[in-house]
Design a protein around this ligand. Structure first.
Ligand code: GTP
Ligand code: MG
Length: 197
């Protein structure tokens, strides 16, 4: 598979969102869960900035991606929730993310959850909010390399019972799940149905 990706824009408000109506797949999740890292691993280039400290991505960043000779689409790296210095409701999405989700070009959402912490309330709040949108969703459990074998079994079960939608475990360290995730992303952007397993 030949993948190319280029940074297009960092939107500070709805006026900056692209106007070419390409399909978009959004990466959503808690700060530090690994959204920007996953984007880089998928496109095999460090296009997005990552950090060991939470709160790195503050704007809505659009990356135009092409797979082989297919039509281009956007992978969209969103600011994380759950960490806003001094914010009262750190679980909520900011205005910018809320504005982003009114776009009809959003075809799919990857909700990233740290595989070590499947039951966090902030993630369930985010899920409930995204669930009201009619887009297709996939739960991505990140940092799978940090799981023991027992945690893998237990946390997978917990995620499956909390989130009734397709679930995939990934790791940018071991490369686990990345190829399978690409297949799902292609389906999402083409609005094909995703099977749970
Ligand atoms: P914000 O931009 O703050 O919302 O964070 P983010 O979700 O974009 O997280 P980011 O990609 O910056 O990664 C946060 C940290 O997690 C970095 O130190 C990454 O190296 C680390 N990380 C991301 N994915 C993995 C993974 O699969 N395994 C391990 N071990 N570490 C990871
Ligand atoms: Mg980020």
């Amino acid at each position: 598979m030949n993948v190319s990706a280029e940074f297009v824009t960092s939107a500070t408000g709805p006026g900056d969102f692209p106007k070419d109506w390409l399909p978009e797949i959004a990466l959503v999740g808690r700060s530090n869960v690994g959204k920007s890292s996953l984007l880089n691993a998928l496109v095999r280039r460090p296009v997005a900035r990552t950090s060991a400290a939470p709160g790195k991505t503050r704007l809505v960043n659009f990356y135009r991606v092409k797979i082989n000779l297919q039509k281009a689409f956007y992978l969209v790296d969103l600011p994380g929730y759950g960490y806003v210095r001094g914010a009262k409701n750190a679980g909520a999405f900011g205005d910018l993310v809320e504005a982003y989700f009114t776009r009809t070009t959003v075809k799919g959402v990857l909700l990233l959850i740290d595989a070590r912490h499947p039951g966090l309330e902030v993630d369930q709040i985010a899920w409930n909010w995204i669930n009201e949108k009619t887009v297709q969703k996939i739960i991505i459990a990140t940092k799978a390399d940090k799981l023991t074998r027992a945690m893998r079994v237990r946390h997978t079960k917990e995620l499956e019972s909390l989130y009734k939608c397709p679930l995939r475990l990934v790791s940018i360290q071991s490369g686990e799940g990345l190829e399978g995730l690409w297949k799902l992303i292609v389906k999402l952007k083409n609005l094909e149905e995703i099977k749970t397993r």
